[in-house]
Design a protein around this ligand. Structure first.
Ligand code: AMP
Ligand code: MG
Length: 340
């Protein structure tokens, strides 16, 4: 780790500047979370709607007391089990947290990341760090420093390059601020991992994408997100049926003179005859799919395809998080394949 870069990042953050840095989930765009002006700069740099609250990142449990007015016992249990790590918890906020970082809400989202560079930068800044994903609003989240540069070059003060991130999808968000815990965004930590510790959490119906007009409790989840420029369709069903249906779609696209891309896996790539094919890892290794998904979505933009046909992933504990991001990227455009 480059000590002088960490020191410099801490200095820029403490002075109200913007620094992008790696976390274990995706790259974050950091600012002093207790400084309203600094938070406003984040919204401006990302083009993020101001009602979409920021997650505050801490490096020690003492910092949680500065931010959270009430810490339920279930939250302490989850912190013991999953912090530092890819879990964000929502609490009632203290007066120290400016409304400018919470999108006007009386609650605050807090996470303690495990990435050593993120932890050192938060320590060096000496304040909780507000850090949404370091992408332009609506674009796929960055999983490497180059993605941050693509989106935010010239708009922020500094990027700390820590290589490619380990997880590749944003944190699980769970609301601990009112009675029964509720999952507001699926992530690497699945519901099945939380249930043995605090009982079965509720799940915000809006994230399932089934209730079309349900208003999500995490304001950010209502926005189109993670989206490549081309129209994307997710093919649902078992891998064999999906493969057949995508081959047909490719044939039709070619007949219409459209340049089509397929989002597939290393296992299925050889089955497709397509102008552009991109593998999101290996199907039998869901972690590899999570890690490469956003990179692949960005890569389709560079290849200038007219449409993207994507396989689906519903056979592992990570599926909830992966499918949530894929369906959002596709604007919920799906095709059901095979006989059901
Ligand atoms: P990002 O950091 O860009 O991945 O987005 C942060 C996510 O956390 C968004 O979906 C926000 O809506 C959500 N979030 C942050 N603070 C709160 C809060 N106080 N209540 C509910 N959701 C929140
Ligand atoms: Mg984001």
């Amino acid at each position: 780790m480059d000590e002088s870069a960490i020191y410099e990042a801490g200095r820029v953050l403490a002075g109200g500047g913007l620094v992008a840095f790696p976390t274990e989930t995706v790259y974050g765009l950091g600012a002093n979370g207790l400084d309203e002006e600094a938070a406003i700069r984040i919204y401006a740099a990302k083009g993020r709607p101001s009602d979409n609250p920021l997650i505050l990142h801490i490096a020690s449990m003492e910092e949680l007391d500065i931010l959270a007015a009430e810490i339920p016992v279930e939250a302490r249990i989850l912190a013991d089990a999953f912090w530092p790590g890819p879990l964000t918890m929502i609490f009632k906020k203290t007066a120290r947290v400016p409304y400018g970082t919470t999108g006007g809400l009386d609650t605050v989202a807090v996470r303690m990341p495990s990435h050593p560079v993120a932890r050192e930068i938060i320590r060096a800044a000496g304040v909780p760090i507000a850090a949404p994903s370091a992408n332009l609003s609506g674009r796929p989240s960055p999983t490497k420093a180059l993605h941050v540069l693509e989106d935010l070059d010239g708009r922020i003060d500094m990027i700390v390059d820590g290589g490619t991130v380990g997880i590749g999808l944003e944190s699980t968000i769970i609301d601990m601020s009112e009675g029964r815990p509720m999952i507001l965004r699926p992530g690497y930590i699945a519901k099945e991992a939380l249930a043995p510790l605090i009982g079965e959490p509720e799940v915000d119906v809006a994230i399932l994408g089934e209730a079309a007009d349900a208003r999500p409790k995490a304001p950010g989840m209502k926005y189109r997100h993670y989206a490549p420029k081309a129209e994307m369709t997710v093919f649902l069903g078992n891998p064999t049926d999906v493969c057949g249906a995508i081959e047909e779609a490719l044939f039709r696209a070619a007949a219409q003179g459209k340049r089509a891309g397929v989002l597939c896996t290393e296992e299925s790539e050889r089955f497709y005859d397509a102008p552009v094919k991109k593998c999101a890892g290996r199907r039998n290794e869901p972690e590899s799919v999570a890690r490469s998904l956003y990179d692949v979505l960005r890569a389709f933009d560079r290849d200038q395809v007219d449409c993207i046909f994507s396989e689906s992933f519903d056979d592992s504990p990570l599926s909830g998080a992966i499918m949530n991001r894929l369906l959002k990227a596709a604007g919920y455009r799906t095709v059901k394949c095979g006989r059901r």
